[in-house]
Design a protein around this ligand. Structure first.
Ligand code: NAD
Ligand code: MG
Length: 383
């Protein structure tokens, strides 16, 4: 039986790499659903090539274009966020790859979990915003989340076969991004073109900026907390600029397991889609002789304030991570539009964390309201 796959966010960096994985393994996967926000041209191209049953364009103004282009095909075309939720909650697929970027991925992921589905989760923001609600629902509905984020895939792989062995701590590795070792006097003048040049990974614009500011690692701490049911104190971040060790788990006997490989997102994507199977492939192999030195260092929490803010938000809990995420999405967008400087991003996030009222045990409605309120506040602070 082939696994029926829905790719939410098929036109993005994760989405397009997932399509390569599926194309290379036609005997294992059948592609059922493709979705994109506004890149109608690429969505149409993908639909013609992969012949899914359903495509969804969430930007409704692009519906006519997509519908017309696919009129002669046996493909249903839908538009709008509601369609994303309806299809995520339907029976037309087995595994949903959640590869929409940002808060926008939350509602469809929740709809899939509500149906007890398996979600291959790339969209870390879902767990940052509402990790408590999402993980509770996973248990209640007997759903499953398989991480796609490379660090979390590494930890997940280290934990296979260790169900009864408590974890002492996890070590999330970070490349350090393009500005590793830099200080505020350098960062103050950094422009988007430089920030978009990641040394080891090619990714979408938002996560690339998050990687440069270390917010990505902060979001990943919170993601790990929920995915693996950890206490805040059990999560450590370590700079490993080679990006070969994707993360590590230390058990109660002091033994440390690491998962390694060349930095290539196709590997964690493939692992998540095929789990528990490992698929033979011809990806480039790791040759240790090309990496004679593995280095490790403490992150610079003072310079990369976003990491400190995210860690604080994780410890504070409640709606603090939701505020952090919403403010971050707004400032990253503003930085990408050259409206604010690199260091201003942290300043605005910090102000949002101070000004938005703290809610200790938010409901889903509280999170939704908190997201809207924080975005408004952050936008005002930018002007
Ligand atoms: P991307 O910007 O390349 O692609 C985003 C996708 O989401 C696109 O298909 C786009 O059409 C869709 N999208 C954007 N806004 C939307 C909206 N409002 N409604 C519906 N769809 C929308 O992003 P990416 O780099 O592929 O990242 C996707 C997710 O995976 C992010 O959460 C990111 O943190 C995570 N992730 C990415 C990588 C990577 O290597 N790119 C690695 C780990 C985790
Ligand atoms: Mg990652």
């Amino acid at each position: 039986m082939k696994k029926r796959i829905a790719i939410y966010g098929s036109t993005g960096s994760i989405g397009t790499q997932a399509l390569e994985v599926i194309e290379n393994n036609p005997e294992l996967f059948s592609l059922e659903v493709l979705t994109a926000h506004s890149n109608a041209t690429l969505l149409i191209e993908q639909a013609i090539r992969f012949q899914p049953n359903i495509v969804i364009i969430s930007d409704e103004t692009k519906y006519a274009e997509v519908n017309q282009a696919l009129a002669s095909k046996d493909i249903k075309v839908f538009a709008g966020e509601k369609s994303l939720i309806d299809i995520a909650g339907s029976d037309t697929y087995d595994v949903l790859l959640a590869a929409i970027v940002g808060y926008a991925g939350l509602s469809s992921t929740l709809a899939a979990i509500e149906q007890g589905k398996t979600v291959a989760l790339a969209n870390k923001e879902t767990l940052v915003v509402a990790g408590d609600i999402v993980t509770r629902l996973v248990t209640e509905k007997n759903a499953r989340i398989i991480p796609v984020d490379s660090e979390h895939s590494a930890i997940f792989q280290c934990l296979v076969g260790e169900q009864n062995n408590p974890v002492e701590k996890i070590i999330l590795t970070a490349s350090g991004g393009p500005f590793l070792g830099k200080k505020p006097n350098f960062l103050i003048n950094v422009k988007k073109d430089h920030a978009l040049q990641h040394p080891n990974w090619t990714m979408g614009a938002k996560i690339t900026i998050d990687s440069a500011s270390l917010m990505n690692k902060g979001l990943e701490m919170i993601e790990a907390k929920w995915l693996f049911g950890l206490q805040n104190e059990q999560i450590e971040v370590l700079i490993h600029s080679q990006s070969i060790i994707h993360s590590m788990v230390q058990f109660e006997d002091g033994s440390v397991k690491a998962q390694m490989g060349l930095p290539d997102m196709k590997l964690p994507i493939q692992y998540a889609l095929a789990y528990p199977q490992r698929i033979k492939n011809n990806f480039k192999r790791l040759d240790f002789k090309n990496y004679p030195n593995f280095t490790f260092e403490q992150p610079d929490y003072k310079t990369f304030k976003n990491l400190a803010l995210a860690k604080d938000a994780m410890f504070k809990g409640g709606n603090a991570p939701c505020v952090l995420n919403a403010a971050n999405e707004i400032v990253v967008d503003a930085f990408l539009k050259n409206k604010i400087g690199f260091l201003e991003m942290s300043d605005i996030i910090e102000q949002c964390l101070e000004k938005i009222a703290f809610v200790e045990k938010p409901s889903l409605q509280d999170y939704i309201a908190c997201n809207t309120e924080t975005r408004l506040l952050a936008s005002t602070l930018i002007k």
